[in-house]
Design a protein around this ligand. Structure first.
Ligand code: UT7
Length: 327
């Protein structure tokens, strides 16, 4: 039997920190309002009104844009930590809603930057993307792939409508990556659940060339429901109860959504991983950023069960129960 394990991890954030206070120069708001409604104090930005000079436009032949650069940096750190040669990677999966261009997939340039030539693809399942990617990577390993480099990377600052005070404060840029490897035995993916309801596209979308539009209250309500239902489905598949979960790593969308989901699942807040105060919502990157932060703080020990759960535009949702193994 072939199982899967995470053997390396890495994160990358743009240098520029944008505080809530700075957003008051764009629209009427306050640090108190944003923090109280979302738990966010600051986010990182690679583009947008606070980045000076703006990154140069990148002609197709120049390769990496901001998403690709962040992805390559997180991926390089994850490969180094795993001690894996890029040439030994069977496939690169780049989860992103903000690719650097329409064509080609940003994963092609990231693969070139890292020295991977065995296969690369983008995966867009919005903020559920990383968990979709983890399930996909595990399935590929079951089918014979040896190692997958899985990256979640976003430049949401490029898709943000900086004039819309109802949601511009939520989003940030960043990347997180893991190396997923084949291991003998049952491995770490104990249960998973994926879902989509494409009738809900109008709740959150961005057309080509224009910023995000979001019905925040409705997304909030459905996000809590989807997270809880999906998490319970994964737990059931894993034949575990919530008491068996050492750490919940939810999509970092809003601290109130994370806390509401944790409370409905019956999880105390000290078992919730959170980086939202300093990253904001980084969509596909949010779960790996929170996971890497938890690992760097020594919050995970061998044998711990983790619950990952995300939801996003589509609407999509995804969860997974993963047994942490020190490797
Ligand atoms: O990855 C998935 C993506 N999205 C999400 O997960 C977002 C889900 N939704 C949310 O997180 C919340 O709905 C928000 C944080 C976006 C908003 O919080 P809310 O509690 O739903 O606030 P609201 O939209 O109901 O706004 C409350 C009030 C309104 O004023 P009135 O109508 O009560 O007079 C807004 O006009 O706050 C006002 N408001 C603001 N005030 C100060 C809206 N935006 C701002 C702002 N600063 N930036």
């Amino acid at each position: 039997m072939t199982g899967v394990a995470i053997t390396g991890w890495g994160a990358a954030l743009p240098e520029r920190v944008v505080t809530n206070e700075e957003l008051t120069t764009l629209f009427e708001t306050s640090d108190e309002w944003i923090f109280e409604r979302s738990g966010i104090r600051a986010r990182r930005a690679a583009t947008g009104p606070f980045v000076d000079p703006a990154p140069p436009p990148h002609p197709p032949e120049s390769g990496l844009g901001t998403t690709g650069r962040l992805a390559a940096e997180a991926g390089r750190i994850a490969l180094e930590r795993a001690g894996v040669d890029p040439k030994a990677i069977s496939l690169l999966i780049l989860c992103t809603t903000t690719p650097d261009q329409l064509i080609p997939a940003s994963s092609a340039s990231v693969a070139a930057a890292l020295g991977i030539s065995t296969g690369a693809m983008d995966l867009n399942a919005a903020c559920a993307g990383f968990t979709y990617g983890l399930v996909t990577a595990s399935g590929l390993i079951g089918a014979g792939a040896e190692r997958v480099l899985l990256i979640g990377a976003e430049t949401l600052s490029r898709a943000t409508n900086w004039e819309d005070r109802t949601n511009a404060f939520l989003f940030g840029d960043g990347a997180g990556a893991v190396v997923v490897e084949a291991v003998p035995g049952e491995g770490c993916l104990l249960g998973w659940d994926l879902g989509v309801d494409g009738n809900l596209v109008s709740l959150l979308y961005a057309q080509h060339g224009s910023g995000m539009v979001m019905r925040g209250k409705e997304v909030f309500r459905r996000a809590v429901l989807a997270t809880v239902q999906s998490a319970n489905a994964s737990l059931e598949r894993a034949k575990l109860s919530i008491d068996d979960i050492a750490l919940f790593v939810p999509h970092q969308a809003n601290i109130r959504i994370m806390e509401a989901a944790a409370s409905r699942l019956g999880l105390p807040l000290d078992r919730v991983a959170s980086v939202i105060d300093r990253t904001g919502n980084t969509s596909s990157a949010s779960i790996p950023l929170a996971l890497v932060d938890a690992l760097e703080r020594g919050r995970l020990s061998d044998g711990d069960n983790i619950l990952l759960a995300g939801f996003g535009a589509g609407m999509t949702w995804a969860s997974a129960v993963w047994r942490w193994q020190d490797r």
